[in-house]
Design a protein around this ligand. Sequence first.
Ligand code: UD1
Length: 391
Amino acid sequence: MIGEFHRMNGMKVLSIAIVAGARPNFMKIAPIVRALRERAGAAREAGVDLRVSIVHTGQHYDENMSEVFFRELEIPEPDRHLEAGSGSHAEQTARIMMAFEKYLLQEKPDWVVVVGDVNSTIACALPAKKLGVKVAHVEAGLRSFDMSMPEEINRKLTDAISDLLFVTEESGVRNLRSEGVAPEKVFVVGNVMIDTLLRNVARIEGPNFAPSPSVKAFRENGHRYALLTLHRPSNVDRRETLAPIWGVLSEIAQRVPILFPVHPRTRAKIDEFGLRENGIVLVDPIGSLDMLYAMKGAVLVLTDSGGLQEETTALGIPCITIRENTERPVTVEKGTNYLAGTDPAAILAASEAILSGRGKKGTVPPLWDGCAAGRIADILLRQENPEPGRS
Ligand code: UD1
């Protein structure tokens, strides 16, 4: 039966399924997969046959939204592809749930590890929990307190049913406590995004990295520039919201050119609303190494992404977040992040401060040190084998 520990050849089998579905997930699972696989030998000596599988839900499927990340982040091929694809939230979530339930019944993992806050996160946590499979949530406890964001709903529901909650910053502990989550399930481990970031910094500085031509030309033409990402439905889906944001970005682009790798959702809306480019240079979505290369050369990052808020804080690069709230308050309190909202005047004022050298300097939050995945792996293994050697 699922959820019951099984044995083979006198060894305990511990099988962990790690789920990834959308672009930001890939950055998070890479170090966890690596950390767990690195511990397989020690686990074996302790009598545990550790089996780690990767399940790709297929929420993101384009080459430049998915495959390039697996290649660059050196994530092994997924063991199972659920091929869920796009659709409405209900369609996408339901397709993933149905396919993942089948996977669970066939493979009977002991643990399911889900990361982040995308539809794939809750869509895999829910059937796992109902089948009695233990669920670990990486990046638990973050809250924007904005229930109009699909991600906030995904976060709260996933945290409510998880058995282990791995937290990136102290605000997460407070949020989980106030929602009544038992403290013994909650672990502050740091940030797996930063594990990937630090590893990638070393790689883009190494001899084998060649940036893609569009990013290289932009970074190496000798001018200061800003980097932009924008894809939240609340910012891009309606003309009344996107047009004024676009207007202020065009104004900033008169001072510094803006490189904009465009998410497919946003590309479609820019075309639909007939917005002109005005110093904003649109390129297709770029991989994680190109993104880091572009980020490191930028004088300013403008974004509505969660991951970029964290990465800029870790690198000390000024960031303006084009959202009314953030679930990552440490990036504003300690880091380099300005929460400007969507008011053009506030976005402009923050960019003026940064471009004239008055931007805040920021510090790196505790445990954002490149070792978060190792902590997660150790805690997971300890759950099943509290006294290695005596099992
Ligand atoms: C999802 C996540 C969001 C995350 C973002 C990062 C949810 C609720 N949202 O939003 O938290 O920040 O990913 O990218 O899970 N599309 C393609 N090719 C792809 C993937 C999507 O063309 O490979 C198109 C889809 O057809 C759809 C749109 O992009 O029209 C949105 O994709 P979807 O996965 O539904 O949500 P995101 O907006 O990407």
